[in-house]
Design a protein. Structure first.
Length: 49
């Protein structure tokens, strides 16, 4: 009984969870594009150490 309810609630939450994941991925993409030169510089320094 409880397991069935859990599965139903999971199915209900899935679209919003996917939407949240997409928003988080877009946010991460923006952050990475902002810090891209910095990350490249850090990788360059680390590789030449």
């Amino acid at each position: 009984m409880t397991q069935l309810y859990f599965i139903q609630s999971n199915l209900h939450l899935r679209p919003s969870f996917l939407l949240l994941m997409v928003v988080l991925l877009q946010f991460l993409g923006k952050v990475l594009s902002l810090f891209h030169p910095l990350l490249l510089w850090i990788l360059f320094l680390l590789s030449h150490h």
